[in-house]
Ligand binder design. Structure first.
Ligand code: ZN
Length: 500
């Protein structure tokens, strides 16, 4: 058995290397590549992904997995090796259903579409992007067709991001959540509004950058194993266990976007950097799922970054950085300002109370597009109608509406719900952390985040992708994805801020 296991691991390591190289080309594309390089880059990424796909889906790998699965009972089911075999088996069965021709087409189409989207967004021209988006949804429907029979056409693509989760599960969770969030927003809107005007003005780019760096350094981000660059849509890229990069975007006339984006991406990076080194160069060497990932980024961005204890430490430092802008703003006013609830157009800038509604809107539209009950040409209109229905605001143009997110241009359909699920998981973990580290608020008031990171590494990070997301959450918290702790958190926090 050991010999076969070693053979499988050697091949999986090469597959991992090829995928990492493709990911690094993707990072370059979104940071430094000249825009005319898009087509060539599309070919490069497609070629690498094709080689990786062919290598992984070979008959040799199939035979090795089959033999190893037959011997699985010799292993402790929670051991790294047993999990590697199970995850490889699952992934092999998925990937062998998909043709390498599809993989290649998809990589090429999405790389080109990404550049087209950037142009369409800057020119506020949905029609320019429409043919590309039509092809992407067509390719996604072709992808689902590889997995017939399914309960729902959306299931196979959701499963890529949240292994084991079904469309019906997500719809069920959101059905509980949506009315409660709408009710909370309504109660808030009936109260006097919070002043956050001091967050806009002139904020030196370099000082913003440096402040963000000081915060994420304190969080524990290791600059020997990472770096930060700028991107239109911030993201984290893992190129192996010791090279996990983040990106941010800073506005010279607004204080919060850059700061919170750095904290958010650092949360993702800490997760990747915390995966057990024994899992390196294998399919287990990453987070368990996007929702788990988002639980980490949102924890750093929101549960820490928008909390009072955090700012008791950092606000005097921020005031020193921007004395003219913040010198006369009290800590309490600042805290209320960064937690202001206001239905708005842009998801990435949405507050905690309205955020999930942006996600539910996208989920419903994606499901409709996959089902073909909605056509891509009618998408801007449908988007605007749902914005009005969910949030009571209508985008003045498509750049601030349907064209705002990078995801669809990259072929990432089925992704958005993971953001909201991540919010829910972050609170399930947070409630447990409060029990295990009762003096955490005091540590945070001193700018100390080490014990928190140690807890996350031990309970979440080190396991990598050994367990399916629902299984991992069950192992840690004793329950499945549950919206109750999140609603409890929102209600407590905003009752206090808005005196509900
Ligand atoms: Zn994120």
């Amino acid at each position: 058995m050991q010999e076969k296991l070693d053979q499988l691991k050697a091949i999986l390591a090469e597959v991992y290397d090829l995928s990492s190289a493709a990911a690094l080309l993707g990072w370059d594309q979104q940071t430094y590549m000249p825009s005319a390089g898009a087509e060539g880059r599309g070919h490069q990424i497609a070629t690498l992904e094709k080689i990786a796909h062919n290598k992984f889906t070979s008959d040799q790998v199939g035979q090795l997995i089959e033999d190893l699965v037959a011997d699985l009972k010799q292993l402790d089911p929670d051991s790294d090796d047993a999990c590697l075999i199970k995850v490889s088996d699952r992934e092999y069965k998925k990937q062998t259903r998909v043709t390498s021709e599809w993989v290649e087409n998809f990589a090429r189409e999405t790389t080109i579409a990404h550049q087209v989207w950037e142009k369409a967004r800057s020119e506020n021209n949905f029609a320019g992007f429409q043919p590309n988006l039509e092809r992407i949804f067509e390719l996604r429907r072709e992808y689902s067709a590889f997995f017939v029979p399914y309960e729902h056409v959306y299931d196979p693509i959701l499963d890529d991001f949240e292994p084991g989760l079904k469309t019906a599960d997500v719809q069920e969770i959101f059905k509980t959540l949506r009315p409660q969030q709408v009710e909370l927003i309504k109660a808030i809107s009936e109260k006097p509004q919070v002043d956050d005007s001091f967050l806009r003005g002139e904020f030196d780019d370099r000082k913003q950058w440096d402040f963000g760096v000081s915060v994420i350094t304190a969080f524990g981000y290791d600059w020997n194993r990472g770096r930060q660059d700028r991107a239109a849509h911030p993201f984290t890229e893992s190129n192996g266990r010791d090279d996990v990069r983040i990106t941010t975007r800073i506005y010279p006339d607004e204080l919060t976007a850059g700061m919170f984006s750095s904290m958010h991406e650092a949360g993702h990076a800490l997760y990747e950097l915390g995966v057990d080194h024994a899992l390196a160069r294998s399919p287990l060497a990453s987070g368990a799922s996007l929702a788990l990932h988002e639980s980490q980024s949102r924890m750093y961005e929101n549960l820490l970054g928008r909390s009072m204890p955090f700012w008791e430490f950092y606000y005097p430092r921020l005031q020193d950085t921007f004395p003219a802008q913040l010198g006369n703003v009290s800590l309490e006013d600042f805290y209320r300002g960064i937690n202001k609830v206001e239905p708005s157009l842009i998801r990435v800038e949405a507050d905690e109370a309205t955020y999930n509604l942006h996600v539910m809107l996208r989920l419903e539209l994606e499901i409709a597009l996959m089902e073909r009950s909605l056509e891509v040409k009618d998408l801007p209109e449908a988007w605007n109608a749902k914005m009005e229905q969910f949030l009571g605001v209508t985008p003045p143009n498509d750049a601030d509406g349907v064209l705002q997110d990078v995801h669809w241009s990259s072929g990432l359909i089925g992704y958005f719900s993971t953001y909201a699920l991540g919010n829910l998981i972050s609170l399930q973990l947070w409630e447990l952390i409060q029990q295990d580290i009762p003096n955490l608020p005091d540590q945070v008031r001193k700018g100390q985040f080490g014990e928190l990171l140690e807890w996350l590494r031990r309970k979440v990070h080190r396991h990598g992708a050994k367990y399916e997301p629902q299984d991992l959450i069950m192992r840690i918290t004793g329950s499945k994805i549950d919206p109750v702790p999140y609603m409890r958190y929102l209600n407590n926090k905003y009752s206090q801020i808005y005196e509900l």
